[in-house]
Design a protein. Structure first.
Length: 252
């Protein structure tokens, strides 16, 4: 098993890519603190994995809040004795608005979940990794939207910030053995579109020109496989990279 003896925190774990990552990590031997807002979904996830000889600990919280990220990582250390892996997967969409139409409320919501959340978690995780003294591994779920204009202004900006933060962290903590990489999914079959609400038609009509070139949507399990690769020793010489998992969308 590729993650035998490892401990991890995975955010956005109640559905979609986060759930698939938790399932994949557990099957490969990792113990996991699974973070999300929906208690019933987390409890069901933990129950579904009880047959494996490792533990899944549900943690209910909102990753846009600093205390959720800090407490989840503290819980992993308490339950498992250490932290090896942090996966910042939780995210929300915007409504495709161009910058001229963006509301303060949408700006606050998207940036707090997509950018502030990973920053809070990474700050805490790095502090734990340094105290442990044996390195660590951070995987951020960014987006093709952080590299191309396939969403609204705020979503694209939030994910571009995550990509930049990933590269900066990899560089800054290279001497400490801390790796930090990102996955940039393209169109994936998840529930994230539920967070969009009614799309802004000014932006949506423009984005359609990019969406028209998109391949068939990928699956959450394909993202989980990429996360497993980055979490394992198979990727030990990969640091500060952004792994596109987009079916070739960006190649067009």
């Amino acid at each position: 098993m590729k993650l035998q003896g490892k401990s991890a925190v995975v955010t956005g774990a109640s559905s979609g890519m986060g759930r698939a990552i938790v399932e994949c990590f557990v099957k490969e031997g990792a113990q996991v603190v699974a973070v999300a807002r929906r208690r019933e979904r987390l409890d069901e996830l933990a129950a579904s994995l009880q047959g494996y000889p490792v533990k899944v600990v549900p943690f209910v919280g909102d990753v846009s809040q600093e205390e959720t990220n800090v407490q989840a990582i503290d819980l992993a250390v308490k339950e498992f004795g250490k932290l090896d892996l942090l996966v910042n997967n939780a995210g929300v969409m915007d409504d495709m608005s161009p910058i001229g139409d963006v509301t303060n409320e949408r700006m606050e919501q998207v940036l707090r979940v997509n950018t502030f959340g990973p920053m809070y978690a990474m700050r805490k995780a790095v502090q734990v990794f340094l105290a442990q003294g044996n390195g660590g591994n951070i995987i951020n779920v960014a987006s093709l939207g952080g590299m191309r204009t396939c969403a609204g202004a705020v979503y694209c900006a939030s994910k571009a910030a995550v990509i930049s933060l990933t590269k900066n962290t990899a560089f800054m903590y290279l001497p400490n053995g801390i790796r930090c990489n990102a996955i940039a999914p393209g169109g994936i079959q998840t529930e994230i579109s539920n967070s969009m609400g009614r799309p802004n038609m000014n932006g949506y009509s423009r984005v359609q020109k990019v969406l028209a070139a998109a391949p068939e949507p990928g699956t959450a399990q394909q993202i989980a496989a990429a996360a497993l690769f980055l979490a394992s020793d198979d990727s030990s010489y990969i640091n500060g990279d952004v792994l596109l998992v987009d079916g070739g969308w960006a190649a067009g």
